[in-house]
Design a binder for this molecule. Sequence first.
Ligand SMILES: [Zn+2]
Length: 467
Amino acid sequence: MLHPDRLLPAEPTTRDIARRLYRSTKALPLVCPHGHYDPAALAADRWLVDPATELVTRDHYLLRLLYSQGVPMESLGVGPSDRAEVDGRTVWRELSRHYHLFRGTPSKLWLDHTLSEVVGVAEPLGPGTADAVYDAVCRRLADEDFRPRAFLDRCGVQFLATTDGAIDRLESHAALRTSDWGGRVVPTFRPDDVVDPDRAGFREHVATLGELTGADTSTWRGYLEALRMRRACFVAAGATATDHGHPSALTCDLSDREAAELFGRVVAGRRRPEDAEHFRGQMLVEMAAMSMDDGLVLQLHTGSWRDHNPALAARFGPDMGADIPRHAEYVHALKPLLDRFGNEPGLTVVLYTLDESTYGRELAPLAGHYPALRLGPPWWFYDSPEGMRRYYRQVTETAGFANTVGFNDDARSLLSIPARHDVARRVNAGFLAELVAEHRLTEDDATDLAADLAHRLAAQTFMRRGW
Ligand SMILES: [Zn+2]
């Protein structure tokens, strides 16, 4: 069903080089430092939901395009109360009926790879095969060797980080640690709910943070202490990174008194219009300061206008495919953070953007200079074949490969992890093969770099030594 040379260059000489480079990385272990899988499924070691929920309802890439073509969200299993209103087979049929909409998109590349190479379905998905494919997927997921842990082992997943809120009790991670499974699954500290005053329930979450830690989160000092304590719990659970989903990359370095006053206003609900943005900016610098102590890598995902469609958000909640890239700026925004920590080789700040125009103008020059900065891989709309190619062309000449951190699958489902890494490894091979064909790189160096991009850079950045 899938062509063995898919995504490799069309020109025969370059394609031959790319085939060799791809083959050299195809079987390398998978490092997955950022994704949105449910740790409860791993703790229970069974698929907790129907395959249609796993592969369709949770995939906001599929939801957004189907919605844009008039497919109702309800028919894709998205209910106003976040409960599937329709059964999995009906959702699957709806996707199959509209699968032609995904021709030429990465969503189709990923799903075709998952169905054909991972699950082993023999027929292509379409309106006439919906039921047969659905039944085949259901049968495979019931197999012993398809239980989540066995599946990750078989796919060669060496390290996997989930994304977890600051007030998450990490019960699934605790269960995983005490299980006899050797898989490396760790949480990531994502404190948006307690550091972003614009988030729904911010003040309640700060209060919960206090209850959870015993610190007095009504004071600035107690609030910072509570965050330090939660980070320590995450480190104890194996976390190696924090992650921050801010609208902008603004950072602020206020005096202790100013910061305490700002905190007092946001936590009492007396905030001024600019307070939320300044508080998020201050918290990035506080998080960097804490990373200097506990060694967590700081990841910053910026440039998304979340829930751009208020009617959709009101009915179905967040993460429904209505997030849109916005203009982003880094050179001014990061200055306060870089003035304090930019020269620290012991700190790693990884930048991700949804504004591609900043790759060459801002991000590559910044990461190509400051020892504390690294560039995250192309993210979200851009972890696609064309998105990755644009990224390499704009970034690597200035930042080199060593200031990047390898690949993130950002997957919603464990089942889609192998597809995402495979697409990335093919695109990497194609890009490096071009440099070899133009004699800008020897094939030996390209082979070495292909292994860096597929495995080593992510492992060095996100896995603790000894793993
Ligand atoms: Zn993500």
